[in-house]
Each structure stands twice: as structure tokens, then as C-alpha cells.
Design a binder for this molecule. Sequence first.
Ligand SMILES: Nc1nc2c(ncn2[C@@H]2O[C@H](COP(=O)(O)OP(=O)(O)OP(=O)(O)O)[C@@H](O)[C@H]2O)c(=O)[nH]1
Ligand SMILES: [Mg+2]
Length: 368
Amino acid sequence: MDARDAALARVGTALDREPGGRRGHVATGTHGPETRSHPLRRLVAPSGGVVSLATRRIGRGVHRMLQGMSEENAFRAGYVTIVGRPNVGKSTLLNALVGQKLAAVTNKPQTTRTRISGIVTAEDAQYVFLDTPGIFTPKYRLQEHMVRSAYAAAKGADIILFVVDAVSAPHEADDDLLARLPSGPVTMLVLNKIDRVHKPLLLPALEHYAALERFAEYVPTSARKGDGVDNLLAAMRPHLPVNPQMFPEDQVSDLPTRFFVAETVREKVFLRTRQEVPYASSVVIEEFVEDAGASRTFIRAAIYVERSTQKGIIIGKQGTMLRDIGRDARQDIEKFLGGPVFLELFVGVRDGWRDHEQAIREFGYGAL
Ligand SMILES: Nc1nc2c(ncn2[C@@H]2O[C@H](COP(=O)(O)OP(=O)(O)OP(=O)(O)O)[C@@H](O)[C@H]2O)c(=O)[nH]1
Ligand SMILES: [Mg+2]
């Protein structure tokens, strides 16, 4: 069987797998859907900063090897970068894989601006996922940073999940993007949004990708419905390197709580505004105080836009828009933190910040 036939055989298997079905080792132990959907105060690093690699349980994988267990059963851990064009469902997929809302999701392209980590720990593997900004041709400096951060995350990955939208696949722009991705990491095709396509119509797209002989696996998913997500985890495991666990099993990201709070506010701005306004917006957490006595968290956040006309739009008539954004965001933040939140929002203007290196860095988008 040549490489193309082998790829097509895997495509057949991918289509035969029942969406949502559970396969093998991934479905066992601590990693049932029950545990993955728990609310999350335990998930992220403390609000103060990035948590360093944990040492707890490090060495377990090595230990097992020494005990003479086969490679197949050894603990595996590695980095999995999720890449693709804007709006294909990368962030929805990250959230589905982790089992909780981490990344902002909207129907507008270019929602994600930085790498977002999400960690899944199973009995026999730890997956450190990196959601990335959609890759496209950048027009201004912020977009250059976005695209660069996506490529950088792909470069350092053990596995690349190349996500395409089943509705438009196969798409020339996807092929161009694929050609620009590093060829080192194992690359898997994720054909997402299959809930929007009649199943037989997926076959031509899968055949197109099989003919490229580039992918180790082909996994159809509906990230929105959670279909195929467990298949995807199972398909990834053999491609992870044999490694000890890198993060404690209850840690869900290495990003600080503040980051997710800011992203929640930005998501609401994206959802409630149109045209240039969402793209000109950025959110900075100015104050984050956990008041143990009152058992509530006080958060003060600034929404920055580029022009005073945009400021007027975000505030809205008699402040109605800002009030709605604040209410939507507070509800999600309370779910995320698992307790009551007092959220104060204000709006500031930073002229043309998307083209200013210093502002881009201040807003947290210029790490690379
Ligand atoms: N029908 C359907 N819609 C989906 C699915 N996955 C994602 N979407 C929708 O597609 C839109 C974009 O989803 P995102 O997860 O933000 O896409 P993204 O690739 O992260 O986009 P960028 O961050 O802009 O690159 C949202 O409206 C999602 O609800 C899916 O499996 N089925
Ligand atoms: Mg995204």
C-alpha cells in the first residue's frame, strides 16, 4: 500500500468513527467528560502571574519506563498547537478539548490575538494545547504580531492540529497556509463544523487532504457540539513524545486569571459591536482584588479604542452599551471564578494603537 492509499484508508476510518464515541485509553480515569466539565477556579494560574512548571509527580513517566513497561503504555506529554485560517473554530475546539470555556469565541474572524494555553491531563497522557490567532495576510502591526505568534507556536509543537472549515474545504488558502507551516511536527487534519455538512460531502475534502500526504491523522469534528473531540484526543496520544507530566493534573492553563477576565470582556465587546470597533478594542485589567471578607472579587477594567467616536459607540446611548457589555462579562466571569464579582468598566482612547509597538506590548500582544 503506498502512502496515498494508506492516507485514504485512515480517512475511511475517520469517517466510520462515531462522532463523540470514546476510544481507548483517553476515556479512562480522571479524564471523563464529568471531570472535564467541572467549573474551574482550580484551572488557571493565580492572578499574580504565570505559574512555573510544577515538579509534583514529575518523573512518573520515567519511573514507568524503568519499571520495564512498554513504550506504548508509558506516560506521554507534549505540546499541541491548533492552527488554521481565521474563524474555522480553533478556539471553540480548544474549549471543547479542555471541557471548559477558556478562549473567546465569536462569529467574527480575528477574535484570538495571542496564544492561549489549555491543559488536559488524562491517566496516561498530558496534552498542552495552544490556541493561536488565525493566519492571514496582515495589514497592520497588531496583525503582524498575531500571525507571527501563530507561526512561532506551530514551530515549537510536538503536534500541529491543522483546522479547516468543512463548509468551505478544500480551500486554496488552506493549502497555501499548510505549505508555510513547519514540517517537523506531526500534523493532523481536523475537519471542523461537520454539523453543517451532509456526511457524504466530507469525502471529497478528505480525499483532497489525503492526496497531500502530509497528515498523520484525519479527524472530523464539530467543536461546537463536542462531536469527534474524544476521537481527536485518542488519535493524538500515540504521536505525543514519551515524557513525564509537565503540569499538575488540576491545572488547566498557565495563563493568569486576569488574562481570561480581560478576554471575557473583549469577547463581549466583539459580540456587541460591529465593523472597526471590535478590532480597535483592547481590554486591560487595572485592578483585581479578591475580598475574602465580602467573598466577592472587585475588578476594574479599561476598554481602549482608537478614536473618540469609537468610545462613544462603546458607551452607547446613556451608557446602555457599556452596561450591557459589563453585564454579559460579569455573568461569565462569575462562572469562571465561581463566585460573585463586582465589575467596573471604563473606556479610554489610545490613538491608532494597533500600529504602535509600545501600545501593542502594553496590551499584551507583543510578547514575540
Ligand atoms: N456550526 C458550527 N460552528 C462552529 C463550530 N466550531 C466553531 N464554530 C463557530 O465558528 C465561529 C468561529 O469560531 P472560533 O472558535 O472563534 O474560530 P477561530 O478559528 O478561533 O477564529 P479566530 O480566533 O478568529 O481565528 C463561531 O461562531 C463558532 O461558534 C462547529 O463545529 N460547528
Ligand atoms: Mg480563535
